[in-house]
Ligand binder design. Sequence first.
Ligand code: FPP
Length: 241
Amino acid sequence: MRTVLSNKETQQLQHIAIIMDGNGRWAAKRGMPRSFGHKKGAERVKEVVQAAGELGVKYLTLYAFSTENWQRSPDEVNDLMDLLRQYLKSELSELQKNGVRIVFIGEREMLPADIRSSMRRLEDDTKNNAKMTVCIALSYGSRQEILQAVRKIATLAKRGDIKPEEIDDKMFSDMLYTQEIPDPDLVIRTSGEQRLSNYLLWQVAYAEFYFSEVLWPDFDRAELEKIIENFNKRERRYGKA
Ligand code: FPP
């Protein structure tokens, strides 16, 4: 199997975060309802998880549903929740076979109870898989994530458990939903939009960005390989000369 990451490059590109955008436009171009685009999009998730694993990516974070997405029509929210339900129920054997650990980030309390318990089960059943971690951002908003971290730290400081001068990068990162996940090296947004949309604002401080014109339901292994090759040519200096 072809791998586009050499050992050296694998160390550099550990974590890819994707904003899967363009499902609605993909469906509209075919005269179909938005739900059709989301269904195709969910199929792409499976293919891209597998391809990323084969290419040696250790962490893949996918923006499946943002806190802002709750404002879409009730029908569309229901369609997305149904797709997630199906995904959570159907994927376990595939994920086990491929050594994939699943974790979720986001405001779980806002999700339906049955989805929350499927999420817990999937996290638990895959927790010992070590080949790759897929992190699904569900009901996720980065500002909300940062605010809950600030509240936790303020509470600790008020109780006298920590001193304000002890608050550093590491402590703050540990209070985020992504606490045990390294920061993304590369953020990909599909569909030609060039926005971050409240995604991993703290975590992407030194990430590289790639905006792909491809709509998410058309995104495939070839496009992922092309993007990784582009990333490998970049020089990351982290602010140093
Ligand atoms: C953006 O397209 C996509 C979403 C809001 C949802 C992403 C969800 C999936 C790919 C399917 C379910 C996920 C999993 C993990 C099974 P859009 O609707 O904003 O498209 P548009 O910008 O063209 O309208």
